[in-house]
Ligand binder design. Structure first.
Ligand SMILES: [Zn+2]
Length: 89
């Protein structure tokens, strides 16, 4: 796993969220998941913020289809790669 923000999100079980990095599609999806959790905001505002975050993700080159699929799943974090396992037995 190369994304430090994703690692921090796993360590804190989702309590840690920092989304100033457009380098990671999982962070981009997690940002939208986080916005969807703003239950005190009116639904139109949540929807507008999600749309803006999705546009931001697309501006960073991520596929809208992929981001939407990640958002529908569990907390979006970068999966551990096989080479990571070999590096840290
Ligand atoms: Zn990430």
């Amino acid at each position: 796993m190369s994304c430090e923000e994703c690692r921090a999100a796993i360590r804190s079980e989702g309590a840690w969220n920092r989304f100033d990095s457009g380098r990671c599609r999982y962070c981009a999806a997690r940002r939208i998941q986080h916005i969807k959790g703003f239950k005190r905001l009116p639904r139109e505002q949540i929807s507008a913020r999600c749309t803006a975050a999705l546009a931001d993700a697309k501006a960073h080159g991520w596929s809208e289809t992929e981001i939407r699929a990640l958002v529908r799943g569990d907390m979006a974090v970068e999966p551990a790669a096989k080479q990571d396992v070999r590096k840290n037995p």
